[in-house]
Design a protein around this ligand. Sequence first.
Ligand SMILES: NC(=O)c1ccc[n+]([C@@H]2O[C@H](COP(=O)([O-])OP(=O)(O)OC[C@H]3O[C@@H](n4cnc5c(N)ncnc54)[C@H](O)[C@@H]3O)[C@@H](O)[C@H]2O)c1
Length: 343
Amino acid sequence: MISVRVDPPSTSPYDVYVGRHAANMVNRSIGEEVRKVFVVSQSNIPQIELSLDAEVQTVLVPDGEDAKSLEVVGDLLGRMSSFGLGRGDLVVAIGGGVVSDLGGFVASIYLRGIRYQTVSTTLLGQIDAAIGGKTGVNLPTGKNLVGSFWHPSAVYCDTDLLDSLSEREFKSGLGEMVKYEFLGASGLSLEELDESIARCAALKAEFVREDEREDGRRALLNYGHTFGHALESLGIAGRIERITHGEAVAKGIRFAAHLAHAMGRISDVELEEHYRALLKFSLDVSIPREVTIQDVMPFISRDKKNRGSITFVLAQSNHEPSVVRDVSVGELETALNAVHRYL
Ligand SMILES: NC(=O)c1ccc[n+]([C@@H]2O[C@H](COP(=O)([O-])OP(=O)(O)OC[C@H]3O[C@@H](n4cnc5c(N)ncnc54)[C@H](O)[C@@H]3O)[C@@H](O)[C@H]2O)c1
């Protein structure tokens, strides 16, 4: 078992455990004061036997982003209260990023905040969503618009559980993993998956320690996300085929590499390195030809990194990527044309 320490400035440190059977550790780590455990999960997630010395109630929430709604939050809070969950008790979120965002959020507002732990069951959750204390739900007007910073007291990344994940969801996690290659964790591999997950978790922990509230360097974790989110949103709006978050990030990294190249920030060789990293995991980085910059602009201009101008996280030769403001529409168009001309 590999353990990674997360040490956020605002609260006590906690550990992320990565390895086969990591979920079994929940049984050993809830704390003696816990009388009741409220489990949030989903029906298609492998059920985990929790033989706890506490009363357990499990609630299964709907699959997909629909679970991240204020309606589901209200339902969960009502059930937590009826169950008699107290301040010393515990929420355990068992699932992917949807369940950890939702479970963490209800834990953060119930009785003004109680402890929660996460058993992360998707690759994307294990390397990203379950770590770092960002919790939240969606509004009809957009994703993750309501939320809190509330850290778990432990995260279990049970790599056995990844065996039942669909190939598409596994690859979605790989799309998110690629970004870490450009933020200081090069050489990630499927052959050493547990170690690679732990390296991503450690890198995320480093960003969280330095910039917990995403006022600065933590924004770099959004590498590939600006264009990626726009494609994901076009999919949700039914304008293109729907894609997963990680699929969108992989395509977004490809776009961001061409944008950095067009702006003279990276060389031909560094552009090729981006392709090598994306193709090493056989990711589909195709960007539908019918998508124009005009199509993605409404989403790009609403990106949370913006401060009145178009903003991207972009690679820079011999440095880590940085937040670049005042990107012009012309530069975006040049980059998209270059994407379609490449290969
Ligand atoms: N809080 C953060 O820092 C952060 C970071 C990145 C992403 N996110 C959020 O994470 C969410 C995406 O997370 P995700 O990609 O894990 O998606 P997800 O949680 O929707 O899981 C994907 C699918 O896989 C199923 N599943 C999960 N584990 C399984 C398993 N072991 N076996 C079989 N099926 C399983 C789920 O039920 C679901 O159908 C988004 O809502 C995104 O906003 C949050």
